[in-house]
Design a protein around this ligand. Structure first.
Ligand SMILES: [Zn+2]
Length: 202
């Protein structure tokens, strides 16, 4: 079992909500989130949904603090989650081999939270708290774990990076909004857009 891989649970849960919407508004959304995780199968009700939404907010706060450069705050928040959701390892038999599993008992949110917090903590311990980030693209807000050698990731996806690049090169009707968001990124695109504007005005 790769504990660090459980960090993906944290990212997947936080990213059920971005500035364009929220897929964790009802039980169907929770079922969809859990469908990819057979080890987290189990009955869930509205109370579980509320618990998962609260956990989402707590996890987002860790990413937000880290993304804002407040590493101590991010670590404190993550340590609180580890205390609130302790890991209970146990040996489980598969095909005549014994494996260490985490939190086989308890509610679905309890099992999800323990794995997500532990996975995030292990990955942060291996790679650093500054690897956690929030997408800089306007209207996104999704979170990610930066695995680039230069620790230079700014966007959740190529789509967001591309969208921001397009916005900088082709100013929308409401000006001056994308420039602040795109500051420091895709710098090569912006002079081209500015030049085109200037040429058009002369
Ligand atoms: Zn994004």
């Amino acid at each position: 079992m790769d504990l660090a891989s459980y960090a993906d649970l944290a990212i997947e849960l936080v990213n059920t909500q971005d500035r364009s919407g929220d897929t964790l508004r009802d039980l169907a959304g929770l079922h969809a989130l859990l469908a990819r995780r057979p080890q987290l199968a189990g009955r869930v009700g509205h109370r579980d949904l509320d618990t998962m939404r609260a956990l989402r907010a707590q996890l987002r706060a860790v990413f937000a603090a880290a993304g804002a450069g407040d590493e101590e705050e991010a670590i404190d928040l993550l340590n609180s989650l580890l205390i609130q959701h302790p890991v209970h390892p146990q040996l489980t038999r598969h095909d005549d081999d014994w494996h260490v599993h985490l939190n086989e008992g308890g509610s679905v949110p309890d099992r999800y939270a323990a794995r997500a917090a532990m996975g995030l903590a292990v990955r942060v311990g291996e790679r650093g708290i500054d690897r956690l980030g929030v997408c800089r693209a306007e209207g996104c807000g999704r979170v990610f774990f930066d695995t680039t050698a230069a620790r230079s990731r700014r966007y959740c996806s190529d789509r967001c990076a591309g969208r921001t690049g397009v916005a900088a090169a082709d100013p929308p009707p409401q000006p001056r909004v994308t420039e602040a968001v795109g500051a420091g990124h895709r710098a090569a695109d912006r002079p081209a857009g500015n030049t085109a504007t200037r040429d058009g005005g002369q």
